[in-house]
Every structure is written in C-alpha cells, then in structure tokens.
Design a protein around this ligand. Structure first.
Ligand SMILES: *[C@@H]1O[C@H](CO)[C@@H](O)[C@H](O)[C@H]1NC(C)=O
Ligand SMILES: *[C@@H]1O[C@H](CO)[C@@H](O)[C@H](O)[C@H]1NC(C)=O
Ligand SMILES: *[C@@H]1O[C@H](CO)[C@@H](O)[C@H](O)[C@H]1NC(C)=O
Ligand SMILES: *[C@@H]1O[C@H](CO)[C@@H](O)[C@H](O)[C@H]1NC(C)=O
Ligand SMILES: *[C@@H]1O[C@H](CO)[C@@H](O)[C@H](O)[C@H]1NC(C)=O
Length: 345
C-alpha cells in the first residue's frame, strides 16, 4: 500500500516536472539542459525537471544553497554556479548528486566549507572553488570524492592546506593553488613534500608562491630549500641532528626533545618556533657537532698512529725474518704444501 502510494506520487511528480521548466529558465530537453544564466535569481529554482543533467546558474545573485536543494534533479552531471553571491554551503547542499561530475563555484563569496559539503559526490571529477574567500578546507574534503581529477582553489585566502586532504585525492591530475596567502613555515612542509611527489608523478600545478614570512615572500615553495625550515621542529635538519645526538650519550635530553617534536608534529598546533628555546637548541647542536668532531678526530689520529706503528713494526719484523730466518722458511714451505696438494688429489 505504501509502495503503491509512493509510486503514484512519483508518477504525478514526474508528469509535473517533465512538462515544467522553472520560471525564468530555458529548458532544452534533448540535451537535458536547464539554462538559468543571467536571470537575477537569488535562490536555486525549485521544480527543476527531474531528468536535468546540466544546470547553468552562473551570473545570478544566488546567495545560499539550502540543504537538499538539488534532490529534485538527481541526475545532475554538470552544475555551474559561478559568479553568484554564495557565502556558505550547507553540509547537505549537494546531497544526493551521485552522478555529479563538474561543480563550478568560482567567483562567489564562500568563506567556509563544512566538513561534509562534498562528501556525497562519488563521481565528482572537477571542483572549481577559485575566486572565493576560503580560509581553510576540511581535511575530509576527499572523503567519498576520491575521483576528483581537477581541483582549483586559486585566488582564495588559504594559508595552508593539509597534506592528508591532497593524499585523499589519488586521481588528482591538475591542482591550482595560485593567489593565496600561503604561509611558508613548518606548516607548509607536508604540502611541499606532497607537491614534489605530485609533480614527479606527472601532475600539473601552477605552484605555491609564499606570502609569509616576510623573508620568503614571493618565493616559490619548491625552491625554498629544506634547510630553511630548520627553525621549526621535526624538519630534515633536526632529524639529521637527532642522528648526531644518537652518538653522544651526553645529549640524551636533546635527543628526546627532538624525537618528541617529531611525533608532536602531526598536530601542527605549536609549530611556530619558540624564539627563546631556539638559540639554546642551536648551541646544543653546535656543541654536539663540535664534540663529535673532536672525538672523531682523536679516534682518527689514534687509528692513524696505530696504523703507522703497525706498518713500521711489520716492515721491521719482515726485514728481520728475511735476514735471519730466510733459510728456514724456504725449507719449511714445501713441507707445508704437501698435505694440501695430496688432499686435493
Ligand atoms: C557576473 O554576473 C553579473 C550579473 O549578476 C554580470 O553583470 C557580470 O557580467 C558577470 N560577470 C562575468 C565575469 O561574467
Ligand atoms: C531555504 O531555506 C529557507 C529557510 O531555511 C526557506 O525560507 C527557503 O524557502 C528555502 N529555499 C529554497 C529554495 O528551498
Ligand atoms: C568555471 O567557470 C568559469 C567561468 O564560467 C570558467 O572560466 C572555468 O573554466 C570553469 N571551471 C571549470 C573547472 O570548468
Ligand atoms: C571537521 O573535522 C575536523 C577533523 O577533520 C574536526 O576537528 C572538526 O570538529 C569538524 N567540524 C565539524 C563542524 O564537524
Ligand atoms: C569513482 O567512480 C567510480 C565509477 O566511475 C566509482 O565506482 C567509485 O566508487 C568512485 N571512487 C570513489 C573513491 O568514490
């Protein structure tokens, strides 16, 4: 009975929607396109034809996308929302769009993206979030959107991006980062590693240009050498130092410190260098290097001396043997060879 009622209501909705085209829009049934460009719309039109696959809503004044705004058009493949006034996206805004492949949100006023905004778009291939005011993207963006091949976050207010986010997009081919105030401190370290490997695998990117700190402003992130991150914990420089520390028992505390930071890095919480502790660490490091060097030097000298002594001793002994025991050796050697030869035969 329930199913029957549902069927009837579905048929009614279907009949209604097949024939209806939203007010102010142009519908082109053969291409399953609904064109609502440049219509001064402030909301997503309701009563979209349910078979719609392409929905063009660019150049309007749409400022919000309600929860389940597109449930009436579950077959959408392309959704164009560029050049509107959208400020935020409800977490269920794109709910149910299982076949959506292109989502264009460029030129809006989006400043915040909720964790689950894009999490029900398994077929999404192109996501254009450029020219907005996004401050940060959720780490979980790639969850259930693993088919994304193009991601553009150009011209936003991003200072950092989690490596985890990018790693959750294994099919990414093009990623556009330009025009963001990227902060090139230790926070960006993971991003640098990811980008290097992405480009190595043939990915395409417009690169990351640092904005802060002041001394790296305008520099390409890929060209800032790893050593420059030495001021932050758990960088390549510190790992190297940690292995140095390993050889000197006096600096166990420093070693623990370095290791602690290495593990604490994932939180990225107090990543900023602490100005007071740094010189002490640096002095410790230098002291360690010097001590290691001196110890190594002494050991080397001793080994050299031992080698010279050994050689001299061997030479003298050989000379002595030659002069005094030569006949004995000549006589002895054939005797020694005999049992060896017979064992071979
Ligand atoms: C953006 O939309 C407005 C109308 O809302 C239009 O006048 C303007 O030309 C559009 N801009 C672009 C770049 O298409
Ligand atoms: C969106 O939700 C608001 C209330 O939250 C409602 O007033 C409005 O009519 C909805 N718009 C659409 C297009 O469903
Ligand atoms: C999104 O729309 C803009 C303007 O309409 C266009 O220039 C851009 O190429 C589109 N992005 C994608 C990924 O198609
Ligand atoms: C979003 O996810 C992050 C972890 O990825 C979590 O810390 C945060 O509380 C979540 N925010 C919301 C609003 O659920
Ligand atoms: C990618 O798309 C295919 C179908 O083309 C789908 O089966 C798969 O689940 C999608 N992958 C993810 C991670 O969503």
């Amino acid at each position: 009975m329930k199913g029957y009622l549902l069927l009837i209501s579905n048929v009614i909705i279907l009949i209604y929607e097949v024939h209806g085209c939203p007010e102010k829009c142009l519908c082109h049934p053969p291409s399953k396109t609904v064109d609502c460009k440049n219509r001064g719309l402030v909301d997503i039109p309701s009563h979209l034809p349910s078979e719609t696959q392409i929905l063009l809503l660019q150049n309007n004044h749409i400022w919000r996308i309600n929860q389940s705004a597109f449930t009436g058009a579950p077959w959408l493949k392309i959704l164009e929302l560029s050049n509107n006034s959208i400020t935020s996206l409800a977490s269920g805004a794109f709910q149910g769009l299982r076949y959506l492949q292109v989502l264009n949100l460029t030129k809006n006023l989006i400043h915040y993206v909720e964790n689950k905004t894009f999490s029900s778009l398994p077929q999404l291939k192109e996501l254009d979030l450029s020219s907005n005011r996004i401050l940060s993207l959720p780490e979980t963006l790639g969850k259930n959107t693993g088919n994304i091949t193009l991601l553009s976050v150009k011209h936003n207010k991003l200072q950092k991006m989690e490596r985890v986010l990018l790693e959750s997009l294994p099919n990414l081919k093009v990623v556009l980062f330009k025009d963001n105030p990227w902060q090139c401190n230790c926070n960006v370290f993971g991003l640098k590693l990811w980008l290097e490997s992405f480009l190595y695998r043939g990915g395409i990117s417009d690169g990351i240009i640092c904005s802060t700190p002041e001394n790296r402003k305008g520099k390409d992130l890929l060209k800032v050498p790893y050593e420059m991150y030495g001021v932050c914990p758990a960088t390549a420089a510190h790992v190297t130092l940690a292995s140095f520390h390993h050889h000197t028992s006096e600096h166990r505390n420093s070693l623990k410190h370095a290791h602690h930071n290495e593990h604490g890095d994932s939180s990225h919480s107090d990543c900023e260098p602490k100005p007071k502790s740094r010189p002490v660490n640096l002095r410790h490091a230098i002291a360690t290097v010097v001590i290691t060097g001196v110890v190594c030097g002494i050991v080397c000298l001793m080994m050299l001396a031992a080698a010279v002594y050994g050689c001299a001793y061997a030479a003298i002994t050989a000379k002595y043997h030659k002069e005094h025991l030569a006949p004995a050796i000549e006589q002895g050697s054939p005797e020694e060879k005999e049992p060896f030869d017979s064992s071979l035969a």
